[in-house]
Write a protein that binds this ligand. Structure first.
Ligand code: FAD
Length: 285
């Protein structure tokens, strides 16, 4: 099943993102949360790909489990880190033979402690090359990443939009955004996409703040800002009240996006079922 065929309906799509555990022993817990979440109305799941391909085997394993045991169309993320074009070709062909029809194509991040992305000498410098390769190998529905607040490495936001357009023109069917907490950033990003001729569905990345330290760490990594109104609530709360605040914020954010015609909500589950369940229960669809 191609994700491109289920996007663009009257209702926004709902998708859930998971990350593979560091070790096989963590799979059982992940599968139990995912099984709970598979009972909720959603269109597809995605599974991240560890930096440097560290979790590749587990990414494929988790996607396979979600598709066969939970009957949920699932998308592996794939990055350019550490692989040549030929190796990537092999990985992509392998996905097809395992019944995977969809891929989220990413460049990946620089190694820990470094600011510069280091492409494989025979690999890709950015994600658009990977999108073209995927389309060359077989028929996949391909998603790419978008950044409502701009990608942290690109101070020039106009250039960032041009790079996103190149990725989409290479054959991407949809965009999933980085997490953000201020809907103005998303709505303005969507308008700017349409102005430069990016017309594929844009799915909004929503992550609830479940701990103050956790949200600070995530925002530090991806460059998203915490708006003053949310920051004030988080700073003045006891740690045990933070999840309630984070979930309420995510619900309000999601309902406002729905009212503004968002094409999809992509929930970063953090591999837990409770918060995502609460958010879905609060949606006015
Ligand atoms: P690109 O689109 O290649 O962009 C990277 C930078 O290069 C941008 O600044 C862009 O403006 C610039 N650029 C692009 N093309 C050109 C060009 N032609 N000339 C000059 N500059 C150019 N990381 C993981 O390791 N594993 C994951 O599973 C993962 N999942 C993610 C899921 C989502 C929804 C998102 C939003 C991010 C995810 N990431 C993941 C993080 C991602 O790998 C990083 O944000 C990475 O820094 C950029 O990846 P990209 O695919 O957006 O890169």
């Amino acid at each position: 099943m191609f994700i491109r065929d289920i996007l663009g309906g009257e209702q926004p799509s709902i998708s859930f993102e998971f990350f593979p555990p560091k070790k096989e022993s963590g799979l059982e817990e992940l599968y139990s949360h995912a099984a709970e979440l598979s009972k909720l109305p959603s269109n597809f799941f995605t599974v991240t790909y560890g930096a440097g391909g560290t979790t590749r085997g587990l990414t494929e394993k988790v996607v396979d489990h979600f598709q066969t045991e939970l009957s949920k169309p699932s998308i592996p993320h794939l990055t350019c880190v550490g692989n040549s074009r030929d190796e990537l070709k092999e990985i992509i062909s392998g996905f097809k033979t395992k019944g995977i029809d969809n891929i989220l194509a990413l460049r990946g991040d620089p190694p820990k402690g470094s600011f510069d992305f280091e492409p494989h000498p025979d690999g890709f410098v950015n994600a658009s090359g990977l999108v073209s390769l995927i389309k060359e190998v077989d028929d996949f529905s391909v998603g790419v990443a978008g950044y409502p607040e701009g990608h942290p490495e690109t101070p020039n936001k106009l250039a960032d939009m041009e790079h996103l357009k190149t990725k989409v023109d290479a054959g991407a069917d949809f965009i999933i955004t980085q997490l953000f907490f201020d809907n103005h950033d998303f709505l303005d990003f969507r308008d700017r996409c349409r102005l430069v001729g990016i017309n594929v569905p844009i799915l909004a990345g929503i992550m609830p703040a479940l701990s103050f330290k956790g949200v600070q760490r995530m925002c530090g990594l991806c460059g998203a800002k915490i708006p003053a109104k949310l920051l004030e609530k988080l700073m003045n709360a006891n740690e045990e009240d933070i999840p309630k605040i984070g979930i309420e914020w995510a619900i309000q954010q999601s309902n406002n996006l729905i009212a503004n015609g968002v094409e999809g909500l992509h929930l970063y589950t953090l591999n837990k079922s409770r918060a995502t369940t609460d958010i879905l229960e609060g949606l006015i669809l």
